[in-house]
Design a protein around this ligand. Structure first.
Ligand code: DQA
Length: 148
């Protein structure tokens, strides 16, 4: 069974992007952490980063169908700035009823600008992990492993 790890816009720049907020680990480090965590939990892992909404929506729909077929456990999702803007990502998750999506933010968005305090994803998330740096991805995977 597979856990899908999705990352949205600008997360390809992790490591060099505002390191005081997001740390110095790269997206490749996140991938290594997720592979190790998946192994420990007994899951396979698939990784996708996109700077565009479309591929993220396509992957959520694909994962929803695969979840119904029993081959996908759920999604660990850092939607980046789309968190605060995307009705389309909200709707994609809502459409895939039963698919557990764990929302992850590396930084504590609630300690930052007001426009980061609202999430279109949270109302349709099965769980939320905020402010633990890249370790949040591993925590989210542990939580997701317990969901059905
Ligand atoms: C982020 C927080 C968002 O507000 C921001 O737009 C990001 C990264 C985080 O992981 O802390 O791109 O999702």
């Amino acid at each position: 069974k597979k856990i899908i790890v999705l990352n949205g816009p600008n997360l390809n720049l992790l490591g060099t992007r505002e390191p005081e907020k997001y740390g110095s680990s790269t997206l490749a480090d996140v991938e290594t952490l997720c592979i190790d965590t998946a192994k420990r939990l007994g899951f396979d892992v698939e990784f996708l980063q996109s700077n565009h909404e479309g591929p993220l929506i396509d992957k959520i729909q694909e994962a929803g169908l695969a979840h119904r077929a029993g081959t996908v456990q759920g999604i660990v999702f850092n939607p980046g700035a789309y968190t605060h803007t995307s009705v389309a990502l909200h709707d994609a998750i809502a459409a895939m009823s039963g698919l557990p999506v764990i929302e992850v933010h590396i930084s504590n968005v609630h300690a930052r600008e007001a426009f980061r305090h609202h999430s279109y994803i949270s109302p349709v998330a099965a769980g939320i992990v905020i402010g633990f740096g890249i370790q949040g991805y591993a925590l989210a995977m542990e939580g997701l492993a317990q969901k059905s």
